[in-house]
Design a protein. Sequence first.
Length: 150
Amino acid sequence: MNRYGYSIFCDDIRNEAGGKLSFIGCYNGVIFISGDFPLVLPKLCVHAHIFSPATQPFGAITVRCYLPGDDKPSFEEPIETPAHHHQAGLVANLKTDTGAPLFIVAATSLIFTPLELRHTGLMRMRAVIDAEPEIRLGSLRIEHAPIFRS
């Protein structure tokens, strides 16, 4: 089993009662922008989840965000993880009689306020775990809004 992850791109992330998160204005693969580039979005949020097989506890995790046109990360955010023996202890308390593989999950929310965009293209989310090659966490296509004429 390999490590993998995904990201939710949205306008806002709100902390709710009981530890719940609400994702407001989620994007389904593309965001359409009106105006000329470069431009500034007042706010854009990304919530990233990273899954690792229980047999591969996390060490150091850094989430990276690449903006369109950039080869180097525009933003990097470390995720603090418990020590390996604490992660192993959490997994040991799970029921394993289901036959389903066990995973350890790490997550983080990134809030970009404001976010300057210089180009259309892909906003890419990636993670580096224990200095291994980057894993993909998803992307959001940034495009000009289509012009509809009647």
